[in-house]
Design a protein around this ligand. Structure first.
Ligand SMILES: Cc1cc2nc3c(=O)[nH]c(=O)nc-3n(C[C@H](O)[C@H](O)[C@H](O)COP(=O)(O)OP(=O)(O)OC[C@H]3O[C@@H](n4cnc5c(N)ncnc54)[C@H](O)[C@@H]3O)c2cc1C
Ligand SMILES: *[C@@H]1O[C@H](CO)[C@@H](O)[C@H](O)[C@H]1NC(C)=O
Ligand SMILES: *[C@@H]1O[C@H](CO)[C@@H](O)[C@H](O)[C@H]1NC(C)=O
Ligand SMILES: *[C@@H]1O[C@H](CO)[C@@H](O)[C@H](O)[C@H]1NC(C)=O
Length: 585
């Protein structure tokens, strides 16, 4: 066994070298800076200037929106992002860095980690993006469109946004050209595909970005060489000279002014208007950015950031704001209400045979209309010892210090259970408090029970047998039967899972976690109108996942990015019409 210490030493050396290896990882794609680099500057050097559009939050929606507003027919655009650029964080570039990024997520407002940890009042650990590209720079990369019916259901009843489906399709295509790729499916993902089909999640739809009933391979934002593409890459479509991106720029409030009554034209029109924003750089210096006449502020700060900024700016439930000492600019009782997070439950195993690292590529959609839980799977290479941090892709699955862990999960689409978000303090740097009330509606719990049973059926399929380990070969000195079973990590299913609803419902409640698809807080029909304008305030819109009361498809990023492009195109169209009207009058 003399070889063992040497091998151990080699791996310890490898671990010690991780930071430098990680640094090397950031440069394998040549010296060329990313396409967005030409637009990006640190907020600390910013002067006060005027813009046609100020976009707050450079995430999944904000980047394509800013690029489009600064594209052909657009105007002068400022994009403000509180985090740094993705190129500063080598772990973001590959799927192998996913777990590491989440493990290093830091809750503190001072940290510059690209993922910010938070815990909802439900007690469920969660993360939010803090980097240019937003969620798309740190997420699992799975890319899949929404079902056409989603575009009818959005916003409830009469308030339905009337999406122009031709423009929706063109906007998806615009995003996909740049950052959707067909993944190579093998290992755990290939096994899950076969097992889903064995468990009757059919038909087999092959590779498609469409949201269709059955089992499919979706697209990914990791390209053939394994490199992540993110919404930040869409910024390259802006016209040079029109777009300015300030990073490490935390917007602390929107500047709201009363509208001169003479200019209001009708008493039902908003009494206040956004005229600019205040933001803070990393040295805690305050900066102002102002709108040109006819300009607009657009919040794309995500489901936590956008309602938070409205509240900080005095747009929200009057009584809550008064108690925090924030002057109320416009009473908007639904800001921060209708917050949703899709509950995720699943089973994780340590497979008997080593498998590759794989993020979501294959999904099971038992019914495309959202009446059954969606099934997804992933496998990770994680450190055995907690003091070792999750490593990048350069750790082999057979390393003695690391173990591969594979998981099959289900997420409840919908959900009907809702909660709310509120300011725990008037400090804009703190994550607001949020409660999702997972499973407060029995319908969600019933759906979880059905979904968890499907996960169990997938695991029980013959395809999955190769991942079972040999257990219980002897008992009480006598040779017992050799049994093969899964080495489960964390919670195990109740033995009577196939018959006992109560037991499975307990499992759902006990093991609930997040797939990070939280949404709501500024929903259509309550806080914003069908054009995503904030009701009661002029020159202010919200364009991001906070406007959703139902999250689109199996996974939202495709539709959030599409939405940024879509609303950008609409706004450029409005700008054009306004100019035509000015010319003819
Ligand atoms: C770990 C993880 C894995 C995921 N996996 C997938 C997946 O595989 N597939 C998928 O489709 N979806 C996935 N998602 C979900 C998806 O990434 C999000 O739904 C999507 O990014 C939401 O887009 P958004 O524009 O609403 O918000 P975000 O993308 O979060 O963008 C908001 C941006 O605003 C910035 N911001 C917030 N407040 C301020 C402020 N005051 N001033 C300035 N900037 C501010 C934030 O830093 C952030 O960059 C995942 C999410 C996470 C976190
Ligand atoms: C949009 O795309 C979907 C799916 O690809 C298709 O079914 C639909 O007909 C398209 N709609 C329009 C208006 O082009
Ligand atoms: C949803 O789809 C399933 C199967 O795909 C079907 O049985 C069910 O009737 C549908 N429900 C609605 C409300 O359309
Ligand atoms: C079902 O599970 C619950 C909770 O574990 C348990 O209390 C109950 O006795 C079980 N029911 C049956 C019929 O076994």
């Amino acid at each position: 066994m003399a070889a063992a210490p040497a091998r151990l030493r080699f791996f310890l050396l490898l671990v010690a070298l991780l930071p430098s290896l990680a640094a090397a990882q950031s440069r394998p794609f040549g010296g060329a800076p990313p396409g967005y680099a030409r637009y990006v500057a640190d907020a600390a050097g910013e002067e006060q200037e005027e813009y046609d559009y100020i976009v707050v939050g450079g995430g999944a929606a904000g980047c394509p929106l800013a690029a489009t507003l600064a594209g052909p027919g657009g105007g002068r655009v400022l994009l403000l992002e509180r985090g740094g650029a993705p190129s500063e964080f080598p772990a973001l570039a590959t799927a192998g860095g996913f777990v590491r990024t989440l493990a290093l997520a830091d809750p503190s407002p001072e940290s510059d980690a690209p993922a910010q940890a938070f815990s909802s009042e439900d007690g469920v650990a969660n993360v939010r993006a803090r980097v240019l590209g937003g969620g798309t720079a740190i997420n699992a990369g799975f890319y899949s469109r929404a079902h056409p019916s989603w575009f009818q259901g959005q916003g409830e009843g009469a308030e339905v946004t009337d999406w122009d489906m031709r423009l929706v399709n063109a906007s998806y295509e615009w995003v996909e050209q740049e950052l959707a790729f067909q993944p190579e499916v093998h290992g755990w993902q290939a096994a899950v595909r076969a097992a889903l089909l064995e468990a009757n999640v059919t038909p087999w739809n092959g590779f498609t970005v469409e949201h269709v009933t059955g089992t499919k391979i979706g697209a990914t934002t990791f390209d053939a060489s394994g490199r992540r593409h993110s919404a930040a890459d869409l910024l390259a479509f802006a016209r040079p000279g029109r777009l300015h991106v300030a990073i490490r720029a935390t917007v602390t409030r929107i500047i709201i002014n009363p509208i001169d009554p003479a200019a209001r034209r009708g008493r039902s029109r908003p009494a206040v208007a956004a005229v600019g924003v205040v933001y803070q750089d990393r040295l805690l210096q305050q900066h102002h950015a102002l709108l040109r006449p006819g300009g607009e502020v657009i919040l794309s700060a995500g489901a936590l950031g956008s309602p938070q900024l409205l509240l900080l700016s005095g747009i929200g439930p009057a009584s809550d704001l008064t108690s925090l000492g924030i002057p109320n600019s416009a009473d908007a009782p639904d800001v921060g209400k209708h917050m949703f997070d899709n509950p995720r439950n699943g089973i994780s195993i340590i497979p008997s045979v080593p498998i590759d690292h794989s993020l979501i590529q294959v999904v099971g959609i038992p019914s495309a209309n959202g009446t059954a839980s969606y099934l997804e799977a992933a496998s990770y290479i994680v450190p055995l010892a907690p003091m070792l941090r999750p490593a990048g892709p350069f750790i082999s699955p057979s390393s003695p210090l690391y173990v591969t862990m594979a998981t099959i999960m289900e997420k409840v689409p919908g959900p009907l259970s809702e909660g709310s978000l509120w300011l725990s303090s008037p400090n804009p740097l703190e994550t607001p408090a949020v409660r999702f009330n997972y499973f407060s509606r029995p319908e969600d719990l019933a759906q979880c029970v059905v979904g968890v049973r499907r996960v169990a059926q997938v695991l029980r399929s013959r395809t999955m047998d190769i991942f079972r380990s040999t257990v219980g070969s002897s008992s009480q000195g006598r040779r017992g039967p050799v049994r093969r079973d899964f080495r489960i990590v964390g919670a195990t299913l109740p033995v009577d899972w196939s018959t006992n609803n109560t037991a499975v419902a307990d499992f759902c409640r006990r093991t609930v976690t997040t797939l990070w698809h939280y949404h709501g807080g500024c929903v259509v029909g309550k806080v914003v109108d069908r054009d995503f304008r904030v009701i009661g305030t002029r020159a202010l819109r919200v364009v991001d996942g906070s406007t959703f009361s139902v999250t689109p498809g199996t996974n939202p990023q495709a539709t959030v990015m599409m939405m940024g492009r879509y609303v950008g195109q609409k706004m450029v169209g409005e700008r054009h019409s306004r100019r035509q009207a000015n010319i003819s009058s």
